[in-house]
Design a protein around this ligand. Structure first.
Ligand code: ZN
Length: 303
């Protein structure tokens, strides 16, 4: 179906009343009647970027465009996003996260409380593929996997503005986790950063916080951060000899306001675990670490 031209939204936010109210008010401030929206597009499937699209779809019939990779690999995953998160937590427990922690995380995880919204989007959304334009604009989708498998960014070309979603964020590092052992999301993410360094979006318009004046400089900083983190994770592995990802995660010097692992709330542990696993997986890919299974628990050691 042809897309009608008109105002469009990228990453409308969360299907949460205060967030929706703020969005509708902002549109009106810009003189846009929400009923005029031609389409809503997303950079990736995360709950805080995409789920408001379900409400806009149901209320206004607006067309929803979702990156092809995230639509196929996550939203239409067996059991939907909930199944995807459950399988990720099962992976985390195989890598040493205590069962009761994983169970509690399932209870709080915002994506699981968005099942209705994701159901609408999985059914109604149309895929947007790398190389395609955002309809009626001169922004083109380019692949930017890592933060999610199918993440896309939308760019006007080298040195020009780009909507970078959660690939580049100012002041904080985008989260990179592991969902399946046969993937290498941090490797993918570092390739994405190299691509962004070349593309040099000016400015880079991120999914959180303020615009980044030099996308290339931020991409370089993030590449350096992950090389340093890889060295840190390898150093901990050498110190422990053989350890689960969970044991490694406890020793990484995360930038957080908590003094010790025991004080970390469960969401922080969930993020720390995912980050550690994505770094271990890339160390494995580089031939610097290997894993083995002992009584159903996966342990890592330096090679
Ligand atoms: Zn995100």
């Amino acid at each position: 179906m042809e897309t009608r031209c008109g105002p469009a939204l990228v990453d409308p936010g969360m299907h949460y009343a205060p967030s929706l109210l703020a969005l509708l008010r902002a549109l009106r401030l810009l003189g846009i009647d929400p009923g005029e929206l031609a389409y809503v597009a997303a950079t990736h499937f995360h709950v805080d970027h995409l789920t408001a699209a379900a409400v806009l779809r149901e209320a206004l019939g607006v067309k929803v465009l979702v990156p092809r990779g995230d639509l196929a690999e996550v939203l239409r995953y067996e059991g939907g996003v909930e199944g995807f998160i459950r399988d990720t937590l099962e992976l985390f427990t195989r890598h040493g996260m205590p069962q009761d922690e994983a169970k509690e995380i399932l209870g709080y995880h915002p994506a699981l409380r968005a099942a209705d919204a994701y159901e609408v989007i999985a059914k109604e959304a149309e895929p947007l593929a790398p190389g395609e334009p955002l309809p009626c604009t001169d922004y083109q989708a380019i692949p930017a996997p890592g933060h999610t498998p199918g993440h896309l960014i939308y760019t006007q070309g080298p040195g020009k503005p780009a909507l970078v979603g959660d690939t580049l964020l100012p002041g904080i590092t985008p989260h990179v986790t592991l969902h399946h052992e046969d993937t290498n999301p941090l490797g993918d993410y570092m390739e994405t950063l190299k691509r962004l360094e070349k593309l040099a979006p000016t400015p880079a318009l991120p999914g959180h916080r303020k615009p980044i004046s030099s996308g290339a400089a931020r991409a370089r900083e993030l590449l350096l951060h992950h090389e340093e983190r890889l060295q840190e994770v390898l150093g901990i592995l050498k110190q422990l000899g053989k350890a689960t990802a969970y044991d490694v995660a406890r020793l990484v010097k995360w930038r957080t306001r908590y003094d010790s692992w025991n004080q970390y709330p469960l969401p922080e542990r969930f993020f720390a675990m995912g980050e550690t696993l994505s770094h271990l997986r890339l160390l494995e890919e580089r031939g610097l670490a290997e894993k083995m299974e002992e009584n159903g628990v996966v342990k890592w050691r330096p090679t």
